[in-house]
Structure formats: structure tokens, C-alpha cells
Write a protein that binds this ligand. Structure first.
Ligand code: F6R
Length: 364
């Protein structure tokens, strides 16, 4: 049941610290990352030359966060494809490709078909799956389960953050076996990752602060979410959440792209959510925020604690607990989920069952 919560979505958002702990636990052995319990052999991680994610929706967005890490940590080529587009984009797949099929249900037909195709081209595969024994789990060479427990709300929350946790463990192990991490770097990465549940908890403990911020979006028809690099990847999921449960048309936009066209859409009627968790993008991000403010937009800034926002006047600032840059996706995602949740609830919508959506999509 929903316990004390009015909707499953809130319950599932609140379950994330435990779900992430459960997902990390079997992959954390004697202070190191291990995929032994998953049965994923090191040579599969070592011998591949590129990585390709096939997934849909939220699961695909988890892949985008992983892409950012794989590029920066492993310096490896990685594609992230919509499973539904995969076959029509002439994907470059061979026996040196490691395919990651990410799916909560394990039954999404697009993802299943993309995985089958990739394997027919010789790729090795690891599926990141929440539902035991599902079709995609059965079709894949290897499976890493997420231990999110049943996700009932149509909008995915704990499945997404546990997918990230499993992918982080995978990337950490890859970095070790490929020589990208020395012991010290592995330790720093593991430490950051193990702090994810607590960082999320700190955000959840301040849910009423986000509820207050959400009230500023209730009348909006359109909204923008702006960020750069990893922040942009995180916002693609944040925007999907807000769209699907609140029906506010929301675009996540790479901040620097705004002035190549869409800034024309920014008015005092389009609230902007800006995410600043990466120190290296701070200066440029702040100047992009000023650009939208000067068009009259109200701006909510979600910022990593310790990043100096200068003394500009923002509509709201929500401070995210500081952790290593790579792991900021966890607290940032929880904050964005709460935002979507409260806008939907305060609009009086059926949060758990948005119109026209099904939990499992088995048509192509
Ligand atoms: C959005 C959402 C969907 C799913 C997508 C893939 O909140 O839930 O975008 O992520 O349909 O589903 P799975 O992960 O079951 O393959």
C-alpha cells in the first residue's frame, strides 16, 4: 500500500535512500566495487572498445548520466540511443561493443528488440533491470539487477536512481579493470557513491521547501530547465518528470544552446529551473541565467552547496548537499522529482496515473 503517503510517487521518492543502499550493497565488497555477485566477468569490461546504451524514457536518461561518467573517467566512446530509434539509425555495433540495455520493467518491447539486434551483430550485453526474470533479463548475456522493489507510480523515480547506482558500480569496476583508476581513485569514487543515499535523504528531509518552490509553477504552461554537461543530462529527466505528471510543457535545454533560437520563447510566463552542480560550468551558467532573467523569467536555482552564486536575485535557491561532482546526480534528481510531484499534486492531478501513459510499453 501507499502507507502514510497520498500517492505512490511520493512513497517511492522517499524510498530511494534504502533502494540505492540495497542496489549498492551486493556490489560493495571489502571497501571495493565488485560485480562478482552479478556474474559479470572482468574480461567483458576490459575487452570492449565502446559502450552503447539502448533504453527508453527515464531509463535512457540514466544512460545519459552514465555516458557523462564513462567519457570523463574511462575516456571511452559511448553512444546512448533511444531503443525505438536504434534500428533506424544504422547503429555501429560489433563484437567489440558492450551494449547496456536499461529497463525497469524488463518488458519494454523497443528495448528488447534493440538488444536482440545488437546481439545479432556480435555485441556483448549487460541488462540493468528491476524486475527479476523479465524478458530483457532473459535475453541478455549478463544482468545487473536494481533493487528498487516494485515501482507502482507510472512516473519512474526510484528505478531511475537505482539504475544510476548500478551503472556507477559498473563504471567503477570498468575503471579498475581498465586501469583508469588507481586504488586511491577507486576509493574516492566509492566514497562518493556510498554517500548517495545520505545526500538524497538530506534533500528529502527538506521536501516542504521544495513544495513551497513548486507553488510558483502552478500556473505555468511552459517551463525551461537549463544546465550544462552532466547537469543537462540530469535535467532531461527532471523535465520528463515535470511534463508527465504536471502536464506543463517543459524543455530541458543545454544552456549555451538557448541563444541559438529558443531564447525567443522566454518570457515572464516561462519559469526557468537552473541546475548548477559542476564547478567548471558555474561562470557560463550564471551568465545564461542572467540572460533569461533579463527576459523577465523567474528562476529557481538548484545549486551544489559551496558553489558561489554571486549576489544575483533569484526567485528561489535550493541548496543541494555537496558531494563529489560525479555523484551530484543523486541529490539533484531527488530535488527535481519532488518539484514535479508537488506541482502535480497541487494542480489536483492523478499523480500516479498520468493520462495516456502506461507503466509498461509493449507496443513498438
Ligand atoms: C517515465 C517512465 C518511462 C519509462 C520507459 C521505459 O517516468 O517511466 O519513460 O522509463 O517507458 O520503461 P522501462 O524502464 O520499463 O523499460
Amino acid at each position: 500500500g501507499k502507507g502514510n503517503y497520498p500517492f505512490y510517487m511520493e512513497k517511492e521518492i522517499m524510498e530511494q535512500p534504502e533502494a540505492i543502499k540495497a542496489t549498492l550493497a551486493p556490489r560493495y565488497v571489502d571497501g571495493r566495487i565488485s560485480l562478482e555477485a552479478d556474474g559479470v566477468p572482468d574480461d567483458v569490461l576490459k575487452n570492449c572498445e565502446r559502450v552503447c546504451v539502448v533504453a527508453c524514457g527515464t531509463a535512457m536518461h540514466a544512460g545519459l548520466v552514465a555516458q557523462s561518467l564513462i567519457r570523463s573517467i574511462l575516456r571511452m566512446h559511448m553512444d546512448v540511443e533511444y531503443a525505438s530509434e536504434f534500428m533506424y539509425m544504422d547503429p555501429v555495433i560489433d563484437d567489440k561493443t558492450l551494449v547496456l540495455a536499461i529497463s525497469q520493467s524488463g518488458e519494454t518491447i523497443d528495448t528488447l528488440e534493440a538488444l536482440k539486434y545488437a546481439r545479432s551483430q556480435g555485441a556483448k550485453s549487460i541488462a540493468v533491470i528491476n524486475v527479476k526474470g523479465s524478458s530483457i533479463a532473459r535475453e541478455s548475456d549478463y544482468v545487473m539487477y536494481t533493487y528498487a522493489g516494485p515501482e507502482i507510480a507510472v512516473a519512474s523515480t526510484k528505478a531511475y536512481t537505482t539504475q544510476m547506482a548500478a551503472l556507477f558500480a559498473l563504471i567503477g569496476r570498468m575503471a579498475v579493470v581498465r586501469g583508469a583508476f588507481n586504488e586511491e581513485q577507486e576509493k574516492a569514487f566509492v566514497d562518493a557513491l556510498m554517500q548517495a543515499p545520505d545526500a538524497i535523504q538530506q534533500v528529502l528531509d527538506r521536501k516542504e521547501e521544495m513544495h513551497h518552490i513548486a507553488r510558483g509553477l502552478l500556473e505555468a504552461k511552459d517551463a525551461f530547465m537549463l544546465g550544462r554537461g552532466l547537469d543537462y543530462a540530469i535535467l532531461l529527466e527532471g523535465a520528463l518528470k515535470l511534463k508527465e505528471v504536471s502536464y506543463i510543457h517543459t524543455e530541458a535545454y543545454a544552456s549555451g544552446e538557448l541563444k541559438h533560437g529558443t531564447i525567443a520563447l522566454i518570457t515572464e510566463k516561462t519559469p526557468v529551473v537552473a541546475l548548477v552542480t559542476q564547478e567548471r560550468v558555474r561562470d557560463k551558467e550564471l551568465s545564461n541565467i542572467r540572460e533569461v532573467q533579463s527576459r523577465g523569467a523567474s528562476v529557481v536555482v538548484l545549486v551544489k552547496d559551496g558553489i558561489d552564486l554571486a549576489d544575483a536575485d533569484y526567485t528561489h535557491v535550493f541548496t543541494l548537499p555537496a558531494m563529489d561532482d560525479v555523484a551530484m546526480a543523486f541529490p539533484a534528481s531527488a530535488a527535481l522529482q519532488l518539484l514535479a510531484y508537488y506541482v502535480s499534486m497541487d494542480r489536483g492531478l492523478d499523480v500516479d496515473k498520468p493520462r495516456n501513459l502506461a507503466k509498461v510499453v509493449t507496443v513498438e
